[in-house]
Write a protein that binds this ligand. Structure first.
Ligand SMILES: [Zn+2]
Length: 412
């Protein structure tokens, strides 16, 4: 099956040779071709170029993209899409003046989600989660990482990871699974934190690795959650079973989580709302991708990741949603890109790089996703007619997507 898309006003994120990420000043460069064509063969990008150089081909389908922009689908490297119920009551409690920590201390927060998760059947969790997955696919996301972390029991965590696996089998979107047993201490281990960490290390990790239910391991490294020492212990246990770390750090406090992540060669360190100069320094010349989650900052009214300082220091940066029921009940990457421009002062070029190629890197997918490159997955966003791609962050509340291609097929 060959599809030709012609007269594309602008084809964005064109990378002739495959790259894995962009860093520092390179982030400001978003290579593109104006008045372009793109050829899809089956599920892959076969060819692209300027309309002047359009080869003679027998296409099965021809799409005229006059006035429209094409870019690779978003790569959302940090989500908690699989969960049960919601936490809209806590949302209203916060409006009425309670803090995130006060809500957590009342048995709300992550423990509230864990209670609901454990009370809900695997089938029902799948049914609820697939609605959210379908929604983000229609919003232009073509690759997504999903974490466990609302089970906090051996059975609950395995149940979540099986749901993630089933979603990956049933949908044409690339899904990467991360084990986040160390998301919070469950109620039954409040007085026995060491006991819960032992359960993670001796029961959960071996079982998950044996059943190939996750590729990555995550820890919520934060004051009141998991200390740096505990985070390192859990990361090491994951690494021993082939799970690479991708960790939550520096959301509310800078306690050394970034340095620990770098020491254990984490694929990414995520959140980073609170960054010291030492934290930025620690990330220089490493394989670890910093990931910002601006929708979370927006929803909780906490600081935004200091993107300008980080990019100035030569670091790469990825953007993701953090889609979860407590702190970010939205999986809209278009909003993330707009918020990064509006609140973090990233340029549209930087934000699009962060939400495509760097997001792909942060989940080990840059060989197949995140840019318009021959041989990569034909995962594309085709916009409605727009004056330029600046509209994507500028018109922040509008849906500018006309169609989404996943694996070469238009999503219905
Ligand atoms: Zn998160």
């Amino acid at each position: 099956m060959i599809t030709l898309i012609k007269n594309i006003q602008e084809l964005l994120q064109v990378r002739e040779t495959s790259i894995d990420k962009v860093s520092g000043s390179e982030m400001a460069i978003l290579p593109s071709i104006k008045n372009a064509f793109l050829i899809i063969k089956d599920n892959l990008i076969e060819d692209f170029g300027s309309m002047e150089n359009l080869p003679k081909i027998n296409a099965d389908k021809i799409i005229d993209a006059t006035g429209k922009v094409i870019l690779p689908t978003w790569c959302d490297s940090h989500t908690h899409i699989v969960y049960a119920g919601n936490r809209e009551q806590e949302f209203v409690d916060r409006i009425n003046g309670l803090t995130y920590e006060e809500i957590a201390n009342r048995g709300g927060g992550i423990l509230n989600s864990a209670k609901k998760l454990n009370e809900t059947s695997e089938e029902e969790i799948y049914e609820q989660s697939k609605i959210r997955l379908e929604e983000v696919m229609h919003l232009g996301t073509g690759a997504v990482e999903i974490k466990s972390g609302y089970g906090l029991t051996v059975e609950g965590e395995l149940k979540m990871l099986r749901v993630i696996k089933k979603l990956a089998e049933n949908y044409p979107i690339a899904i990467k699974a991360t084990f986040l047993g160390a998301h919070a201490f469950p109620t039954h281990c409040k007085e026995n934190k060491g006991g819960y960490i032992d359960e993670i290390i001796t029961k959960m990790i071996p079982e998950i690795a044996q059943n190939k239910l996750a590729e990555y391991i995550d820890v919520f490294c934060e004051s009141g959650y998991f200390s740096v020492e505990e985070t390192e212990k859990i990361m090491q246990a994951g690494i021993d079973f082939g799970l690479r770390p991708k960790i939550h750090v520096n959301q509310f406090n800078s306690i050394g989580g970034i340095q620990a992540g770098v020491k254990f060669n984490a694929l990414s360190v995520d959140h980073l709302e609170v960054m010291n100069p030492d934290d930025i320094q620690a990330l220089k010349n490493t394989e670890t991708m910093p990931v910002a989650l601006p929708s979370c900052s927006y929803f909780l009214s906490i600081p935004y990741t200091p993107a300008r300082e980080m990019i100035k220091a030569g670091l790469p940066l990825a953007l993701a949603t953090d889609f979860n029921p407590g702190s970010t009940p939205s999986g809209n990457m278009n909003f993330v890109v707009a918020t990064a421009c509006i609140k973090m002062k990233m340029t549209p070029e930087e934000a699009i790089n962060a939400a495509t190629i760097n997001g792909a890197y942060a989940m080990g997918l840059s060989e197949t996703h995140g840019s318009i490159t021959k041989g990569k997955k034909a995962n594309l966003i085709l916009t409605k007619p727009i004056s330029s791609y600046y509209q994507i962050p500028y018109a922040f509340g509008s849906n500018l997507i006309e169609s989404v291609f996943l694996e070469g097929t238009i999503l219905e």
